[in-house]
Each structure stands twice: as structure tokens, then as C-alpha cells.
Design a protein around this ligand. Structure first.
Ligand code: PXG
Length: 305
């Protein structure tokens, strides 16, 4: 085994380099990307001890801003992290970050709250001083052809955390089990992984909620199946009901997906994206179905309304 000398370590090139002119909002200050750093003693780095939101900006407007802020506050409450800012201040910070980065069209906000500096121990110190970070940037989407051909998925062997472990309803900065599931999908040559809960019921994908369509009715797992209550999921439910579809939150098994007419995922990053196979079983015709296509269209109209 070769060991890297410190100098070689220092000169390795990270393929990810933020644009130098990018400004990151950290605890009330806008700092350049190069200086946007957290301490090695930060509990979010040491333990994944923090919560976050990923938020879209369409046409300069923060999509579902109130809902994202509310979920952030609920996540932080659940992990006993006292938000150091009010909802209004968080909103202002996001708008300031957008303005500082000249984002007037489409963009993406990553809002992070870390427990802040702590000792090298698990215990939360009373003096914990949480940090709030707002990164305003753009997002790389699935390439357009994915929306045309649909995703190929596998069922992951990585279980979604059971609600009595780390509740999937909390959007914590610990995404390791989702990352492991995504790795499994990539290794299998698939696009995404469907994660099951402790009882073997379908929960969700690694960063998206899941729906199936059967006989023009839509079904999606309930929060009790161990999902993040997605904001895009709520929009999809609303849009489908507006089209007159029956939408039901229902416990699902892999068989329900194999035997569905259509399947699609919803999430901030993916928006609405069709799924055309699971574990090499073709879903429906193997092409994005009419209900999914209609919803994708409706979503585009909705987000820019
Ligand atoms: N489930 C999980 C586990 C998620 O992380 C969703 C569902 C969909 O929720 P929203 O509210 O976004 O409709 C998410 C959200 C990424 C990324 O980089 C993923 C999410 C958010 C931001 C970025 O893949 N997932």
C-alpha cells in the first residue's frame, strides 16, 4: 500500500470547485466560496448532527418557501436543536443569498443548520451554538432524456431507518443509508433504488417519494411507512386530485410496483420523474405513462404560475 505524503495530499485536485465569485451566507455574513468553511469540531461534520432543506427557485421565486421553512423547524425541533433564527430571518437569509449570487431566474438553495461546535463527544453541550448556512446555487438535473425514457430502479438491500431509530420524517444531515442505497443502484447499473422499511413495505427512493398508478388511481406510501413527507409529493397529490384522480396513501409492497400501470417519483431535485422498471420487471408498457406525463406537464405549469 502506498501512503500519500502530506504534499501529495495537499495537491490532489478535487473535481468540485465552487465558482470563486459565489457567496455563501453563514450566520449572517456573506462570505466567498473559498472562505465558506466550518470547523472540524462542528457536530454536523463529526456526527451528521444537523438538519437541512433542498429548495428550488423558479423564476427568482423560492418554491414552497413556507413549507420548507416549516419542515426545517420541525426537523430541528425533533433533534432538539434550538433554531437560532426566526422563520422570517431564515426567509430573509435565503433572499439575501439569492441576491448576493445574482440568482434572478432558476436556482437551488441548500439550507443547513448544524449543531455547531462541540466537544469530541456525543453529548450535546448546553452551550451549543448552532450555525445556519445558506448556499444559493444552481442544480444539475437528470438529463432530459431520463424524463423521456424513465428511470430503471432496483430494490435496495439497505433498509430505510425505522421510525424508532432516526425518523425518516426528519431531514437530518445523516444521509448515509440513502447514499449506500444509491451506491447499490449505481453498482447495479440502475438509476435509483427503492428503499423498504423494517417490515418490507415500500418506503421511498433515496431522495424522492414514490407513487404508483393503477386503474387511473394513484397510491403512495403513508408517512407511517417511513418516508420523508415530501413537499413535491404534496403538490403531486394536489395536482392529481385536481385532475379528478383518486389518490390514496396506502402501504405498498414491491409487487404493487411490479404490477402497476405506471410509477413515478417526486422530489425537489427530480420534480416528477417516471419509473419504467423495478428489479428488471417492466412497469406497464415500459414507457412513461399518460397519467405521469400529464402530471409532469401540470407540475411545470404549477411551478411557474
Ligand atoms: N425523500 C427523501 C429521503 C428526500 O431526501 C424527498 C423524499 C422528497 O422531498 P421534497 O420535499 O424535496 O419533495 C427527499 C428530498 C438530492 C436532494 O441532492 C434530495 C432531496 C432534497 C434535496 C436534494 O438528491 N430530497
Amino acid at each position: 500500500m502506498t501512503t500519500l505524503s502530506p504534499s501529495r495530499m495537499a495537491t490532489r485536485q478535487n473535481p468540485f470547485t465552487p465558482k470563486p465569485e459565489m457567496k455563501v451566507w453563514i450566520d449572517g455574513e456573506l462570505v466567498s466560496a473559498a472562505d465558506a468553511k466550518v470547523s472540524v469540531f462542528d457536530h454536523c461534520l463529526l456526527y451528521g448532527d444537523g438538519v437541512f432543506e433542498g429548495i428550488r427557485v423558479y423564476n427568482g421565486r423560492i418554491f414552497k418557501e413556507r413549507e420548507h421553512i416549516e419542515r426545517l423547524f420541525l426537523s430541528s425541533k425533533a433533534i432538539r436543536l434550538d433554531m437560532p433564527m426566526t422563520r422570517e430571518e431564515v426567509s430573509r437569509a435565503m433572499h439575501d443569498a439569492l441576491e448576493a449570487n445574482g440568482i434572478t431566474g432558476d436556482g437551488y438553495i441548500r439550507l443547513i443548520v448544524t449543531r455547531g461546535l462541540g466537544a469530541l463527544g456525543i453529548a450535546i453541550t448546553k452551550a451549543a451554538c448552532p450555525s445556519v448556512i445558506v448556499i444559493a446555487a444552481t442544480i444539475s438535473l437528470y438529463p432530459p432524456d431520463v424524463y423521456e425514457r424513465g428511470l430503471r430502479c432496483i430494490t435496495s438491500s439497505v433498509m430505510r431507518t425505522p421510525p424508532n431509530a432516526l425518523s425518516p420524517r426528519i431531514k437530518t444531515c445523516n444521509y448515509l443509508n440513502n447514499i449506500m442505497a444509491k451506491c447499490e443502484a449505481m453498482d447495479a447499473g440502475a438509476d435509483e433504488a427503492v428503499m423498504l422499511n423494517h417490515a418490507g413495505h415500500v418506503a421511498e427512493c433515496t431522495g424522492d417519494n414514490l407513487f404508483i398508478v393503477r386503474d387511473d388511481k394513484l397510491y403512495t406510501p403513508p408517512t407511517s411507512s417511513g418516508i420523508l413527507e415530501g413537499i413535491t409529493r404534496a403538490v403531486a397529490i394536489e395536482l392529481a386530485r385536481k385532475r379528478g384522480h383518486h389518490v390514496e396513501e396506502k402501504m405498498l409492497l414491491c409487487f404493487d410496483i411490479y404490477s402497476a400501470d405506471e410509477c413515478f417519483l417526486t422530489g425537489t431535485a427530480a420534480e416528477i420523474v417516471p419509473v419504467v422498471s423495478l428489479d428488471r420487471r417492466v412497469i406497464g408498457t415500459g414507457k412513461p405513462g399518460p397519467v405521469t406525463r400529464q402530471l409532469m406537464e401540470d407540475f411545470i405549469a404549477y411551478r411557474s404560475a
